[in-house]
Design a protein around this ligand. Structure first.
Ligand code: SF4
Length: 61
């Protein structure tokens, strides 16, 4: 599993960081940063991707 983020689309809501704090972080610019491109916490990451309000996160298997 590989996770990517489009920082141009992210609005910095922080939802992904709440769901998977080891994988996502909203940085000082107010946009998401992926901390683990190949995360272990698959279920939490899938939830974060599906619940992102702007569709900024993507998964590839
Ligand atoms: S949930 Fe989506 S919009 Fe919110 S911080 Fe994460 S990537 Fe950005």
């Amino acid at each position: 599993m590989r996770v990517t983020a489009d920082r141009e689309v992210c609005v910095g809501s922080g939802q992904c960081e709440l769901l998977a704090p080891d994988v996502f972080e909203v940085d000082d610019d107010g946009a998401v940063r992926v901390l683990q491109e190949h995360p272990d916490a698959a279920a939490a990451v899938r939830d974060a991707v599906s619940q992102c309000p702007t569709g900024a996160l993507s998964l590839a298997e």
